[in-house]
Design a protein around this ligand. Structure first.
Ligand code: GDP
Ligand code: IMO
Ligand code: MG
Length: 429
């Protein structure tokens, strides 16, 4: 395998972790390049369900190096909780110590980031984004405002002290006067940072340049994205987005290797589409069909437990996602969810109900999305169990017809079809 990026191609939760885990078998190094503990990634292996938020989904292999890249933001207590949960499930501490690396340039989610996230969501009222309240937006805001704390700062007392002297006075004014939240003394923050340093110490990798230089020359790298293209800060349904760049372009920056290190970009799509949180959703089904997809697909969030909104596959979004996400091939998951359906719909265009205009191009102003209705093509269901199918040829004829049309609409080849959560429920096309 060549260096490959795994990108979520819809609104997140497409099954990226399953695909990352699968492709990680052929990689030496797995690098998560953006996002934070807002992500909820599930890997099912030998019947055991593992849940990841920050830790790369390649960690279950004995012989891979797994990096939390520079583009990631890390909430230390969430990181520690995730480690402990995985240790309880049998992943050994020694394995983490040798395989897991934290990039020193990753930003740290401080307690005020989480507090501001919660405050802002409440203050927005009916206009809320529906965030995971993990402090993601405020951490990235401080990163770009040049007032963030990076992992490496925790390990240099002098730097930390200089930074806090610069950051805290203004931060405290904002916390008290804008948000009505509590202020932080320098001593308190230093003591919090000491705790964070202890959490990170076994994993922080100051030799990252040496390891990535070697990986770029002689090893295969798998880049793991979180969230999805339609949640991308630049290309998603702004402002109903996350605060980082899940698109493949984000991988070169967030994983410290630049764009030329990337040879293939696998866009992960579900056979339908889901969304958690607020924001427009043109093909959303609020009827029995939507509930059936939700029930059979077990569409409930890994991080917040919220029910995921469900709808038919949106080809307008998919075509856009292939373009701006930089996707070169498709992994289509959850085809099995449709095994009992009489008919399946695929949205190929949007119709503007005010002007009558029909388009296959994604309208970027999300405040106009209420003016669009989906134009559907309808496919006959296959009414057969696909969960044990091992090759594309063996798939039911109607499933093949659906997949062929979906591929045509997206404008990229389907290379993987997933028909169940387990590693072996996968068809390489
Ligand atoms: P991610 O955030 O993109 O990694 O996706 P999530 O883990 O949040 O959600 C995907 C869910 O679908 C998980 O529970 C997976 O175990 C499950 N899953 C992945 N692929 C398939 C599939 O092909 N069929 C079924 N039925 N479930 C799948
Ligand atoms: P994975 O990696 C689905 C959504 C939130 C909210 C918006 C902004 O599992 O696909 P944030 O907390 O990031 O500021 O919230 O983004 N969101 C996700 N939705 N899957 C995710 O991650 C998500 N991460 C964030 O629901 O709408
Ligand atoms: Mg998820």
């Amino acid at each position: 395998m060549e260096n490959t990026v795994v990108v979520g191609a819809q609104f997140g939760d497409e099954g990226k972790a399953k695909i990352t885990d699968l492709l990680a078998a052929r990689a030496d190094v797995v690098i998560r390049y953006q996002g934070g503990s807002n992500a909820g990634h599930t890997v099912v292996h030998n019947g055991i369900k593992y849940k990841f938020h920050l830790i790369p989904s390649g960690i279950l292999y004995e012989d891979k190096i797994c990096f939390l890249g520079a583009g990631v933001v890390i909430k230390p207590d969430d990181f520690e909780k995730e480690l402990n949960e995985l240790i309880e499930q049998g992943v050994s501490k020694e394995h983490f110590k040798s395989a897991l690396k934290i990039h020193p340039l990753a930003h740290v989610t401080m307690p005020w980031h989480t507090e501001i996230d919660g405050y802002s969501e409440n203050a927005l009222g009916k206009n809320k984004i529906g965030t995971t309240k993990k402090g993601i937006g405020p951490t990235y805001t401080d990163k770009y405002a040049r007032s963030g704390i990076r992992v490496e700062d925790l390990f240099n007392e002098k730097t930390l002290s200089i930074k806090l002297d610069a950051i805290l006075p203004l931060k405290n004014k904002m916390l008290a006067n804008v948000y009505g939240l509590k202020e932080y003394s320098k001593d308190k923050v230093l003591s919090i940072c000491k705790g964070y340093r202890e959490i990170f110490a076994p994993y922080v990798c100051f030799e990252w340049q040496k390891i990535l230089d070697e990986a770029k020359r002689n090893k295969t790298i798998l880049f793991e994205g979180a969230q999805g293209v339609l949640l991308d800060i630049d290309y998603g349904t702004y402002p109903y987005v996350t605060s980082s760049n899940p698109v493949a372009g984000g991988a070169g920056v967030g994983a410290s290797v630049g764009p030329l290190a990337i040879k293939e970009v696998v866009g992960v799509f579900k056979a339908y589409i889901t969304r958690v949180g607020e924001g427009p959703f043109v093909t959303e089904l609020t009827d029995e069909v939507g509930r059936k997809i939700q029930e059979i697909g077990a569409e409930f969030g890994v991080t917040t437990g919220r029910a995921r909104r469900c709808g038919w596959f949106d080809g307008v979004i998919a075509k856009y996602s292939v373009l701006v996400g930089g996707i070169s091939s498709i992994a289509l998951t959850k085809l099995d969810v449709f095994d009992t359906f009489d008919e399946i719909k695929l949205c190929t265009k949007y119709k503007n109900v005010k002007t009558g205009e029909v388009t296959e191009f994604y309208p970027t102003n999300v405040y106009t999305h209420c003016d669009y209705e989906p134009v559907y093509e309808t496919f006959k269901g296959w009414k057969a169990d696909t969960t044990e199918v091992k090759s594309f040829d063996e798939l039911p004829e109607n499933a093949k017809i659906y997949l062929k049309r979906l591929e045509e609409v997206c404008g990229a080849p389907i290379k993987i079809v997933s028909t169940g959560p387990d590693r072996n429920q996968t068809i390489f096309v």
